[in-house]
Design a protein around this ligand. Structure first.
Ligand SMILES: Nc1ncnc2c1ncn2[C@@H]1O[C@H](COP(=O)(O)OP(=O)(O)O)[C@@H](O)[C@H]1O
Ligand SMILES: [Mg+2]
Length: 391
């Protein structure tokens, strides 16, 4: 009797997606490099020039002016490297508190030099957004891709508008340009992988891979959001990005410890948590965990499980058959403060059920009845992935 473990398919799919994200990112990095290098040169030239002046001119007014320029240029340079580092961070799927407004402003900053060269004005109106729990590197990539598209659509200058609004439970950002628009017959295709009117594929000199919008689409979907073409005409194009304001943190402290992988991983991990109403699989899971050398807490009711979750941090959790509502609220409780803890849902084979967090890269599905050997394989893989993500 062989059980099919659904998690394998999902993992493979995510693998491909991760590669797509990565190649589109490399493309954007290439497009950014020239502009950022140029801007760095300017900043360093300023710092260097004023430092040299200070050597020969000790006039107090001069000193004040020089120190001001040196400080502001270094600050800007530090900000620029900071933004580049967030962007190039490889670890994807990582969630942390994100201030979307400064993330978008950082993207504009990274592209600033190129936009100026192309005579593109930026018109921005973004309110202070509530904090999101998101992957900052991936979101930065989304906005960079959109801004680069808007820039490429206006080679002879123009304007990019960035409008942010807060609606009930969601953040909406619209990015518009004054470019030539998208061919109405092609609008449906722009999110398709490799659809491009640029580069060798599209017969254009501007480089393009056709992966920018595909990546944006995937990243936003993984964040529970969406992207669409809000409007396009020969007068310009506007993209609309929607992100849900879920998990807004009231508690800054737990948010901070989450943002720092070191500190959250050093918290006392007691092992696995098995929340289960089915005694047979509960005993089976506990035995397998024990054989693999993991400690396990096995509460006998959802409320006991919640109490344990409030004082303990686990490295792995199982959620077996439970009333939908309990499962939903336990899932939320498990995710609070542990964005990357693997959660394995267990469900009888052949039953169609809706699970919370199906878009969450750290949830897995296991059908029962299962063989202990298959469970052991799943646990080992999930833990290996978890360790890798933390390293
Ligand atoms: N702002 C825009 N204005 C006009 N066309 C656009 C715009 N953004 C995207 N497109 C169209 O969608 C295509 C796909 O975009 P994208 O996935 O970013 O790939 P790439 O930019 O590498 O071509 C582009 O080639 C272009 O034809
Ligand atoms: Mg693009």
């Amino acid at each position: 009797m062989g059980e099919v473990l659904l998690f394998q398919d999902v993992t493979d799919f995510r693998h491909i997606e991760a590669h797509l994200v990565e190649s589109s990112k490399m493309m954007a990095v290439g497009q950014l490099a020239a502009g950022v290098a140029h801007e760095f040169n300017n900043l360093i030239a300023g710092i260097f020039g004023y430092a040299q002046l200070l050597k020969i001119n000790r006039d107090p007014k001069m000193i004040d002016r020089a120190v001001d320029v040196i400080l502001s240029s270094s600050q800007r340079a530090r900000h620029l490297t900071g933004s580049l580092l967030t962007f190039s961070r490889r670890r994807s799927g990582r969630r942390e508190p994100v201030d979307l407004r400064s993330l978008i402003r950082d993207c504009v900053l990274l592209l600033g030099q190129q936009l100026e060269q192309d005579h593109i004005e930026i018109e921005e109106s973004i309110p202070a957004f509530p904090e999101l729990i998101a992957d900052p590197g991936q979101l930065q990539q989304v906005f960079l891709n959109l801004l680069i598209n808007a820039q490429q659509a206006q080679p002879d200058g123009g304007r990019i508008t960035i409008k942010g609004t807060i609606e009930t439970e969601r953040i909406v950002v619209r990015i518009g340009d004054k470019g030539p628009g998208i061919d109405p017959e092609q609008v449906d295709k722009v999110f398709d992988p490799f659809y491009t009117t640029k580069g060798a594929l599209g017969g254009d000199k501007v480089p393009g891979t056709g992966l920018g919008l595909t990546t944006a689409y995937n990243v936003l979907r993984n964040h529970g959001g969406s992207i669409s073409v809000a409007q396009t005409s020969p007068e310009g194009t506007e993209f609309e990005i929607i992100l849900p304001i879920r998990a807004v943190r009231a508690d800054k402290e737990s948010a901070a410890s989450d943002a720092d992988p070191g500190s959250s991983d050093e918290r006392s991990h007691r092992g696995a948590l098995v929340v289960n109403t089915d005694e047979v699989s509960r005993a089976q899971i506990a035995k397998v965990l024990q054989d693999l050398g993991h400690k396990a807490d096995v509460p006998t009711s959802p409320s006991q499980a919640k109490a344990l979750l409030q004082k303990t941090s686990y490295k792995l959790a199982f959620l077996d058959e439970l009333p939908t509502q309990d499962r939903g609220s336990l899932y939320v409780e498990m995710r609070r403060g542990s964005e990357r803890m693997p959660i394995i849902f267990i469900t009888p084979k052949n039953r169609q059920e809706d699970f919370p967090g199906l878009d969450d890269p750290w949830t897995f599905l296991l059908h029962k009845p299962f063989r202990s050997r298959d469970l052991a394989t799943l646990i080992s893989r999930v833990m290996a992935r978890s360790l890798k993500a933390a390293s």
